[in-house]
Write a protein that binds this ligand. Structure first.
Ligand SMILES: Nc1ncnc2c1ncn2[C@@H]1O[C@H](COP(=O)(O)OP(=O)(O)O)[C@@H](O)[C@H]1O
Ligand SMILES: O=C(CO)[C@H](O)[C@H](O)COP(=O)(O)O
Length: 495
């Protein structure tokens, strides 16, 4: 029994064992080989943390990755060896309090952050940028009118749930399919379709669905209808078949779905007006992106089965390299494709968002100093910011639990960090119960990776080695995708 749930019923609606390729021979060089014909990422190895470039010789081709997380956006500019030439970050504009459902506020903040970050790149580097890729939060969905450019609906954020659409989605998809979660992209699309009367009459004729990273990339290249198979997973794309299934393409709203390419595939060159305004080369290629936790996985540079990356950002997302594909919406478990292996995992709503609500980053550092990670905290919380959990319990109504609060903030923080570690441990043990490869080592990405006391707590609770990834920023993983796309620039599809 895991999480007190009865797993005696075979939960797997998909179970595939792929001939596991031998992992990459070792970390030597920053490169992701171009997608194989079946559009899979094959991650070669990456040079042992080439760190920052020395002088960034003028004219060296550079590759720009931009990460759009929950609390802010970051960029990383690397060269062909993976050395970082420049990096930076921007919080989203404080302005309008962006609550769930405040669509206009979010979209304008992301657009503002995108062009602020491009403007933050040293002008001397910009002409050398050969390609750009962007990662965003998964299942964050926008519906855009491709004729008027108007935002018809959304953004619907990654953790927003649309249970009204679940019965319709469950009636067409296989049992326990990834889309059968109230926060899936397909539930967002179907909910909008049903409430707007089939696309809102005339305006719906030109409606297109875009994920957050698709929309941000579109601001740079101006072409509609292109996404990647990581972002498209939660709208129903099957990365194994490299196609949308017929149960989806037969739906009236299927015309809104984007075409799907591998992450890091070239789309088009940057629009002339953007090139002119920011001093970018007219040869700079915009490439398909991925989700933020996949980008963090790519940044960590591990590919061996049993290795995993936990992204400790505003949320907790885990990605385990598994020889076996596992998908089960009952627990919020799904598999992203990585070469001949699978990235099995899920994303919990617990994570840093609660920490940020309670403590400043400086307070986190100061309080963590007094935590003894060897001592188990007796406090048992479920640190959600608001109702709703996706994984390892898929319950849109699940309530936060952050009481009783002790007098000591050190004890309170210890209890929260340990409780998040317990959710992480339940997540990995659930993946094992469902048939995934057992976790042997965990690398950490995201803001929480810098907390060594938390790392030690997690290592005690998980029972496997836990360490900070060499590169903890998803933006670095997105830059690796840009590097891959630059090598395939001739594949630009005239769309
Ligand atoms: N020293 C620390 N210990 C634990 N968590 C931290 C620490 N510093 C920052 N964080 C948390 O990291 C999170 C930000 O990480 P980040 O990867 O930028 O998140 P996201 O991309 O989801 O916005 C914040 O929620 C913050 O509370
Ligand atoms: O929690 C999230 C935001 O940070 C996303 O859900 C995260 O991207 C996980 O989704 P995926 O596993 O598809 O990458």
């Amino acid at each position: 029994m895991v999480l007190g749930l009865d797993l005696s019923v075979d939960p797997l609606s998909h179970r595939h064992r792929h001939p596991a390729r031998r992992g990459s021979p070792g970390l030597r060089r920053a490169q992701i080989r171009a997608a194989t014909p079946s559009s899979r990422i094959t991650m070669l190895s990456r040079q042992q943390n080439p760190g920052r470039a020395s002088d960034g010789a003028a004219g060296t081709p550079l590759y720009l990755g931009i990460d759009f997380g929950t609390s802010g956006a970051r960029y990383a500019l690397i060269d062909g060896r993976g050395a970082i030439h420049s990096e930076g970050k921007r919080a989203y504009a404080p302005g309008v309090a962006r609550q769930v459902g405040d669509a206009a506020g979010w979209a304008s903040s992301w657009k503002e952050a995108l062009f602020q970050l491009v403007g933050d790149i040293p002008p001397a580097h910009r002409p050398s940028i050969s390609s750009i890729a962007i990662d965003g939060t998964s299942a964050t969905t926008l519906i855009v009118d491709s004729k008027t450019v108007e935002l018809l609906a959304g953004p619907f954020l990654y953790n927003e749930s649309f249970p009204d659409a679940l019965p319709a989605v469950a009636s067409i998809a296989p049992p326990n399919h990834t889309v059968c979660s109230a926060s899936s992209t397909l539930c967002k699309l179907v909910s909008w379709w049903n409430t707007s009367g089939g696309g809102g009459g005339g305006s719906g004729e030109d409606a297109v669905l875009m994920h957050q990273s698709d929309w941000l990339l579109w601001l740079l290249h101006g072409k509609y209808g292109v996404s990647d198979y990581n972002n498209a997973l939660k709208v129903g794309f099957d990365p194994e078949a490299d196609a949308y299934p017929s149960w989806l393409t037969s739906q009236p709203y299927a015309r809104l779905l984007p075409s799907v390419r591998a992450p890091g595939a070239p789309i088009a060159t940057v629009k002339d007006d953007v090139c002119s305004q920011y001093g970018l080369s007219k040869e700079c290629v915009v490439c398909t992106g991925t989700t933020d936790s996949i980008a963090a996985f790519l940044a960590a540079g591990t590919t061996e089965p049993g290795r995993a990356v936990t992204s400790l950002g505003s949320t907790l997302a885990i990605k385990l390299v598994s020889k076996v594909r596992v998908d089960d919406a009952r627990f919020g478990v799904y598999s992203h494709r990585l070469d001949d292996t699978w990235l099995v995992g899920g994303a919990s709503n617990v994570g840093g968002a609660v920490l940020r609500r309670l403590f400043t980053d400086d307070q986190l550092v100061a309080l963590s100093r007094d935590i003894d990670p060897a001592a188990a905290s007796p406090l048992d919380y479920y640190p959600l910011l608001k109702n709703g959990e996706r994984f390892p319990v898929n319950d849109p109504d699940m309530a936060p639990r952050l009481e009783p609060r002790p007098e000591s903030d050190v004890e309170y923080l210890h209890g929260i960090l340990e409780s998040i570690a317990r959710v992480e441990a339940k997540g990995y043990s659930l993946l094992r119960e469902l048939g995934a490869t057992a976790v042997e080592e965990v690398f950490t990405a995201g803001g929480g990776a810098q907390n060594e006391k938390w790392t030690a707590i997690r290592e005690r609770v998980l029972g496997v080695p836990v360490r900070k990834a060499e590169q903890t920023e998803a933006a670095y993983g997105a830059a690796l995708l840009a590097l891959k796309g630059a090598e395939r620039r001739d594949d630009i599809v005239r769309i």
